[in-house]
Design a protein around this ligand. Structure first.
Ligand code: NI
Length: 162
C-alpha cells in the first residue's frame, strides 16, 4: 500500500473521461488500496482514480461512519431525485470550497471490488459524494458547476491538506 500523488487543479488529466474497468485483477486491487490510503491520509471523503492519474472508472468514498470505505467500480447513476444545496470541496482543489446543487437522492449501480454488481440507494452526504466522484470519472470537477460567487479559499490547518 502506498500514498499516491494527487493531481491538482490545472492538470489536464482532471478533464479527461475515465474508461470502464474490464478486469478486476491484483493491479486494480492495489490501486484501490492506495486510493483508500491516499483519501484517508488527506482526510477526504472521496477520491476518483483519475485524481491519482489513472483513467479508470473507480472511486472510493468514506464518510467515516460504520459503513467504512465504499469502493465503486464502473458506477452508473440510474436515477436522481430532488435537490440539495451543499458545500463542497475536493482533494484536487486544496483549500477551496463552493456551494453546489446536487440531487438529494441517487440510485446507483456499481461493481464491488469482489466483482459483484449491486444497486444502492443513497441520500444526503453519500448522494453528494457519489455525484462528485462520478463527475470526476466524466472529466467534470465541482468548480464547473458551483453556484457563481460562492467560491471561498480557506487557510489550511496545520498538517491538513484540504
Ligand atoms: Ni473531487
Amino acid at each position: 500500500m502506498a500514498i499516491r500523488i494527487i493531481r491538482e487543479q490545472g492538470d489536464d488529466i482532471l478533464s479527461k473521461k475515465s474508461r470502464e474497468v474490464e478486469k478486476i485483477d491484483d493491479r486494480l486491487q492495489e490501486l484501490i488500496d492506495d486510493m483508500i490510503d491516499t483519501m484517508h491520509k488527506y482526510n477526504g471523503v472521496g477520491l476518483a482514480a483519475v485524481q491519482v492519474g489513472i483513467l479508470k472508472r473507480v472511486l472510493v468514498i468514506d464518510l467515516y461512519d460504520d459503513k467504512g470505505p465504499i469502493v465503486m467500480i464502473n458506477p452508473v447513476i440510474l436515477k436522481e431525485k430532488g435537490e440539495q444545496e451543499v458545500e463542497e470541496g475536493c482533494l484536487s482543489f486544496p483549500n477551496q470550497f463552493a456551494r453546489v446543487i446536487r440531487p438529494a437522492e441517487v440510485f446507483v449501480e456499481y461493481t464491488t471490488r469482489e466483482g459483484k454488481r449491486i444497486k444502492l440507494k443513497a441520500k444526503e452526504l453519500l448522494a453528494q459524494a457519489i455525484c462528485h466522484e462520478v463527475d470526476h470519472l466524466n472529466g467534470e470537477v465541482f468548480v464547473d458547476k458551483m453556484i457563481p460567487g460562492t467560491l471561498e479559499y480557506v487557510e489550511p490547518e496545520e498538517g491538513d491538506k484540504n
